[in-house]
Write a protein that binds this ligand. Structure first.
Ligand code: F6P
Length: 342
């Protein structure tokens, strides 16, 4: 019997279960047995698996997170781990492996494909910063959560005549901040792609308040940096892909704004709230379409490919293209956001 493995790696993301469900449902129809690998690459290093059938994926489309579990394990950190991954792939008698993840997970998938494993990638991240796909699933859910939070911050900001700084996720790219900021009517949006000029931010806020507004909303991505100064780190510890844990820019920004403008300023750090909970209908459908395409690529032996959204179509692109660079915010979109600053 044909056997395909499936794993989810990196930060979880609403819509992962839609992909798993689609791979299993279509895979079974194509005559595959489906091996769920637990907790990302860690499960392939340790050979921890679960067999997936129609029952295992019943009632999961509306659930956030991933039924397979996830981790930020990098099997290329230790040569013996990479060897274990290759050995377990063979031991499990897999014809192919579907890896669902972001730049790190798919980076590993790409390397393993070059080592001779049959790998297909599915792009996932709430940050929407994966290259070679117009959107990743999880992003729509995240921006809807953030937009609702901004709406909520508006009413409390207005009542107290305060500035509210809302810190959102976005390690290298400010897609969440830009989309949710536009949708939520933010007065300033700050993203990793553009250094923060605190004087300019305060000028915008002062001008707005001179116009008679008594409150403001500032949305800042966690990876944004001041003009002079480094990234705001939450912890010095690095994960196995060498990433630091971010978070803290919101507090620093609020302090600087309050000092410079004299307006009372508060912070809301949304953190993992943006990543939890049920996926939106858009993300369920995108995840489903990605999953179907992924198993079709396995069936037609198109390995080393990543499924991708191009306009309204699902296409296949080389995995190497997906991980070649980070997709940063389109400055034309940021210019649209800027029209509403102040
Ligand atoms: O990669 C997605 C992301 O949501 C980033 O925006 C954020 O920095 C990171 O995950 C946080 O992940 P965790 O705290 O779960 O490791």
């Amino acid at each position: 019997m044909k056997r395909v493995g499936i794993l989810t790696g990196g930060g979880d993301c609403p819509g992962l279960n839609s992909v798993i469900r689609a791979v299993v449902r279509k895979g079974l129809k194509l005559g595959y047995s489906i091996v769920g690998i637990k907790n990302g690459w860690k499960g392939l290093v340790e050979n921890v698996t679960v067999s997936l059938d129609e029952r295992s994926v019943s009632g999961i489309i509306h659930r956030g997170g991933t039924i397979l579990g996830t981790s930020r394990t990098n099997p290329y950190k230790k040569p013996e781990d990479k060897q274990k991954v290759i050995a377990n792939y063979k031991k499990l008698k897999l014809n192919a492996l579907i890896a669902i993840g972001g730049e790190d997970t798919l980076g590993v998938a790409n390397k393993l494909n070059h080592e001779g494993l049959n790998v297909v990638g599915v792009p996932k991240t709430i940050d929407n910063d994966l290259n070679a796909t117009d959107f990743t699933f999880g992003f729509d859910t995240a921006i809807n959560i953030v937009t609702e939070c901004i709406d909520r911050l508006h009413t409390t900001a207005e009542s107290h005549q305060r500035i509210m700084v809302c810190e959102v996720m976005g390690r290298h790219a400010g897609w969440i901040a830009t989309y949710a900021g536009i949708a939520g009517g933010a007065d300033v949006i700050l993203i990793p792609e553009q250094r923060i000029d605190i004087k300019e931010v305060c000028n915008i806020l002062n001008k707005r308040h001179r116009k008679g507004k008594t409150f403001s909303i500032v949305v800042v991505a966690e990876g944004a940096q001041f003009k002079k100064g480094d990234m705001i780190l939450q912890e010095e510890k690095l994960d196995s892909f060498g990433h630091v844990r971010l978070g803290g820019i919101g507090n620093q920004l609020a302090q600087r704004i309050e000092e410079e403008t004299g307006f009372e300023t508060r912070v809301a750090v949304l953190g993992h709230i943006q990543r939890g909970g049920s996926p939106t209908a858009m993300d369920r459908v995108l995840g489903t379409r990605f999953g179907i395409m992924a198993i079709d690529l396995v069936e037609t032996k198109q390995f080393g490919k990543m499924v991708s959204l191009s306009g309204t179509k699902i296409v296949a692109v080389p995995l190497s293209k997906g991980v070649a660079k980070i997709k940063t915010v389109d400055m034309k979109l940021y210019d649209i956001a800027k029209v509403f600053f102040g």
